[in-house]
Design a protein around this ligand. Structure first.
Ligand SMILES: [Fe+2]
Length: 262
């Protein structure tokens, strides 16, 4: 518990000293993506997979889900999340892609690794607004969190696109934003959601962006920025494949350095 807390504190400090200039880091596309993550907290890589590749991976994941346990919910949505084993050959076209690898290497000061992959399906069941949980603005950590989201079908405004306030991973927005980030270490989980009536005190909600795209597009996002899920229309569906990355463990890196010195 204490170690976990110290780990988050060190990440919070090191995040401030992250690289913000990617001039000599990588090729043009990766540099553009990293710049966009720094400026806007997200980037959409168009046609990351072509339609055959997308269909193939989608079919394989649908079969995989049938034989593996999923976390399912049935409220005003049907929602299912299946953890997908990292060793599968057919996901390597995504997980070992050069853009994904280069961005993971350069997002923090030291490379981040893949933590897990999740296949997600959602379907709208009832015409009702969801004003709870992930539908309220929150951040995932006080520092940056790198996630990749491959669209397995077109995502439009009806299919509950991911919604973000661009640039809101930066601390300088205002004091309330700063303190929310600082104490997020304690609030994280159930208590970190901000109601729609109060969000204007933290960020300008008018700046929010709903991130739509086509099947085969790749959304890359820093969920250290303010974000939320959005409503789905009845019968609309959403099928995506996530890569969650692990934040680097600066604490263990420091420990190793100190032990080496002694
Ligand atoms: Fe989140």
């Amino acid at each position: 518990m204490l170690v976990n807390y110290l780990h988050k504190i060190t990440n919070l400090i090191f995040w401030q000293f992250r690289k913000k200039n990617f001039e000599n880091t990588a090729n043009d596309e990766v540099k553009y993506a990293l710049d966009s993550l720094e400026k806007n907290s997200y980037f959409i890589c168009k046609n990351f997979l072509n339609s055959n590749e997308t269909k193939k991976i989608k079919k394989k994941l649908q079969t995989y889900r049938r034989f593996h346990k999923s976390r399912e919910k049935n409220s005003i949505y049907f929602s299912s999340r299946t953890n997908v084993s990292l060793g599968l050959d057919y996901i390597k076209i995504y997980t070992e892609n050069n853009i994904v690898k280069k961005i993971a290497q350069n997002f923090f000061n030291i490379p981040v690794e893949i933590e897990k992959c999740t296949y997600e399906i959602k379907k709208g069941l009832k015409e009702q607004k969801n004003t709870l949980g992930e539908h309220l603005y929150h951040i995932d950590r006080g520092y940056g969190v790198l996630k990749f989201c491959l669209f397995l079908e077109d995502i439009n405004l009806d299919s509950g696109p991911f919604c973000i306030v661009p640039g809101s991973h930066k601390w300088s927005a205002n004091f309330r934003n700063f303190f929310y980030r600082f104490f997020h270490l304690i609030l994280e989980g159930e208590n970190d959601k901000i109601s729609h009536s109060k969000i204007h005190k933290y960020v300008n909600k008018d700046d929010e962006k709903k991130l739509v795209g086509k099947a085969g597009d790749l959304l890359i996002v820093n969920t250290g920025a303010f974000h939320r899920a959005t409503e789905m229309k009845v019968n609309s569906t959403r099928e995506v494949f996530w890569i969650y990355t692990k934040a680097p463990n600066y604490l263990s890196l420091l420990k190793k350095k100190i032990l080496k010195k002694n």
